[in-house]
Design a binder for this molecule. Structure first.
Ligand code: CUK
Ligand code: CUA
Length: 643
């Protein structure tokens, strides 16, 4: 969601929604009136560890930030969909294939959501999944190395926003398209105003291999041309189902800020994925020709490979009864969240004055009783009241996302009124509210989307920063806030800046991850074809106009350090192997006039920097990472001679 959404709300206000009073984004309460708590609760003493790792989406920077909670300290930026000049990700020859797509090399994306792998509804600390919105992709990050291990492109999609949401045993992550597109031919040259005839939605079920974590598209479901926004898997009693929020049930293709809000209600789509699996087994799927990239990084080869896949199995709801149901949901639903028991589905209509809470049991009963209100594009529409447990009345303005503390309470972010509202899942009464600074998007409670939330803290990810930090010109830092939710009242205890525009984040207990970290790569297991496993294996080899340098790095020497015989116009490949076998001794490599970036090589690893000899002369190269007292001496020269 963009920080300009306020504007959209105001123009909708013209349509009669009374938001005109909200000319600013600041909550009515001023800072001093905010329920500020004991700031020392966020204090982590020097040398001490945080309680949680926080895996935070980087939004339009295409990366993930790893922070500590409760301190808010930033530990690492993990490049996912964007190149990183700091580590060479997407610049090194080994990692470039990670960013391959059917559109070619796409070194940027817009990353909104995180899904941590689960076993029996609880975090298991194995992988983090993330979506690429723009050129639809899904990534898997290995939490033992905090590196992007895999990227899978999603065909028949545009704006992979309702993604990645995960089932309670990590069988699937889903990827549902935000933009409907002409599915029969992705490049379909059809008039845009034939939207209603030609444009469709699609939901991909991406299977996760339980051992390796590898992703593959098991099947896709074609849907009517609504816009899928967000989703959650059922859990416990509702395991086997997914719930998606959809807007634009009007199927407008222009002026969506008006036309997609014309109806009083949009939908939540309830999808029975166990049923879908049965249809796939029964051979109901049809193979469709498509083209999408699947990129996998190997820790043994220290390299990625990219493969193009050419078909996908598609289920058409017309052939698959009892698989999909629409549930009406007030005005432009955004988040749809499932409580820890799996019974309650909370959907937030951005333009609605209440929050509907649906009951899984009632939905099942409504289906059994056929309590339908006709259909939408052939899919039964369950009667609103038949699915509804009740509505949270007057929660605030602009409800977006809901998280749970596992103690029967729900917390909903209110974008327009810039606050978090705590309410009871039992009686739907509002219990407490706190301002956020300003205009919160997502919120997150450690373990909040699982069957066993850890409670204790809540983090707000705000869309607008304004005056919260020392100003830095027109562009300000992004802003998160930490709340103590251990008591009855929510209390603000820390502001911390973040990179990119954070959307969703998930925090996980440090104990599930910290002792499993890979500290070095064993040099004897290095299967990179250009690995030099000792200084004796270092060499320079010419292949046509390519020069391959098998280089080693160890404190405090690069071998070879004098390279001659390179001719003008040659393409030089520096394959640098870090011979160290100690934790936290990376070496870097850069050369003058680099047309890529630097590379940063972890102990036991080989990485390759390509460099073009574009002029005659002497070119210094050096280690970029201060690695020893003699780090500055870790340098050398390359000579380029005329052809
Ligand atoms: S969306 Cu960002 S505030 Cu893309 Cu998850 Cu709701
Ligand atoms: Cu190696 Cu500095």
């Amino acid at each position: 969601m963009s920080r300009y959404l306020n504007r959209a709300f105001f123009s909708v206000g013209v349509l009669g929604i009374a938001l005109g009073a909200l000319q600013g984004c600041k909550p009515n309460t001023n800072t001093t009136a905010a329920a500020t708590g004991d700031a020392s609760k966020s204090f982590v003493a020097p040398g001490k560890y945080d309680e949680f790792y926080n895996v935070v989406s980087g939004g339009f920077n295409g990366q993930i930030g790893i922070y500590g909670i409760p301190s808010g300290r930033l530990f690492r930026i993990v490049p996912v969909f964007s190149q990183s000049a700091e580590s060479g990700y997407g610049f090194s020859e080994e990692t470039k294939p990670m960013l391959n797509t059917s559109h070619g090399f796409v070194p940027w994306d817009d990353l909104h959501h995180i899904a941590l792998s689960q076993t029996k509804g609880e975090h298991d600390g194995r992988w983090a999944f993330a979506n690429g919105n723009n050129t639809p992709r899904l990534a898997r990050i290995d939490l033992n190395t905090f590196r992007t291990a895999e990227i899978l492109e999603i065909p028949n999609s545009a704006g992979n926003h309702a993604s990645p949401f995960i089932t309670e045993n990590s069988e699937y992550v889903v990827a549902a398209t935000r933009f409907s597109v002409p599915l029969d031919d992705q490049n379909g040259d059809v008039p845009i105003n034939t939207y209603k005839q030609n444009f469709k939605g699609s939901i991909s079920f991406v299977a996760v291999d339980p051992g390796s974590g590898k992703m593959s598209i098991a099947f896709q479901i074609r849907t009517p041309g609504v816009n899928f926004d967000l989703s959650r898997a059922g859990k416990g009693k509702s395991n086997g189902w997914f719930f998606f929020s959809c807007y634009n049930s009007e199927q407008a293709n222009t002026l969506l800020e008006v036309n997609a809000s014309a109806k009083d209600k949009d939908f939540v789509l309830a999808l029975n994925w166990k049923k879908a699996e049965e249809y796939v087994k029964a051979g109901k799927g049809k193979k469709q020709a498509v083209k999408y990239a699947h990129n996998v990084y190997s820790d043994a080869n220290h390299s990625a490979t990219s493969e193009m896949i050419t078909e996908v199995l598609e289920l058409d709801p017309a052939d698959c009864p009892d698989m999909l149901y629409f549930i009406p949901c007030p005005k432009s639903p955004h988040g749809t969240d499932v409580d820890p028991t799996g019974e309650y589905i909370v959907a937030s209509g951005k333009l609605a004055a209440s929050i509907p809470v649906f009951s899984f049991d009632k939905i099942q009963k409504a289906i059994a009783d056929k309590a339908f209100d006709g259909d939408y594009s052939g899919i039964p529409v369950i009667k609103y009241e038949a699915a509804l447990k009740g509505e949270v009345q007057k929660p605030g303005l602009g409800p977006l996302h809901t998280e749970f503390d596992g103690k029967g309470n729900a917390y909903t972010s209110m974008f327009v009124s810039s606050e978090i509202v705590k309410w009871s899942l039992d009686n739907l009464q509002v219990l407490d509210r706190v301002p956020t600074y300003y205009s919160i998007g997502h919120l997150s409670i450690p373990g909040g989307p699982t069957a066993k939330p850890h409670g204790k803290y809540m983090i707000a990810y705000n869309k607008i920063t304004k005056d919260r930090y020392l100003p830095t010109g027109p562009e300000l830092t992004q802003s998160a806030q930490l709340y103590d939710i251990s008591g009855e009242k929510m209390k603000l205890i820390l502001d911390f800046p973040t990179t990119g525009e954070p959307h969703y984040a998930e925090a996980i207990p440090a104990a599930l991850i910290k002792d499993k970290q890979v500290k070095i790569f064993k040099i004897e297991e290095n299967a990179h074809p250009y690995a030099a496993k000792g200084e004796g294996q270092a060499k320079v080899e010419r292949k046509g106009n390519e020069v391959h340098v098998w280089m080693t790095a160890i404190r405090s020497h690069l071998t070879p350090d004098n390279i001659e015989g390179v001719k003008l116009g040659d393409n030089v490949y520096f394959h640098v192997t870090n011979l160290e076998q100690d934790w936290d001794v990376p070496h870097g490599f850069a050369i003058k006039g680099a047309n890529n970036a630097e590379i940063l090589i972890m102990p036991g690893e080989t990485q390759t920097l390509q460099w073009k000899a574009d002029r005659v002369g002497i070119f210094p190269f050096y280690c970029t990472d201060f690695c020893s007292a003699l780090h500055q001496e870790m340098q050398g020269y390359l000579r380029v001679s005329p052809t």
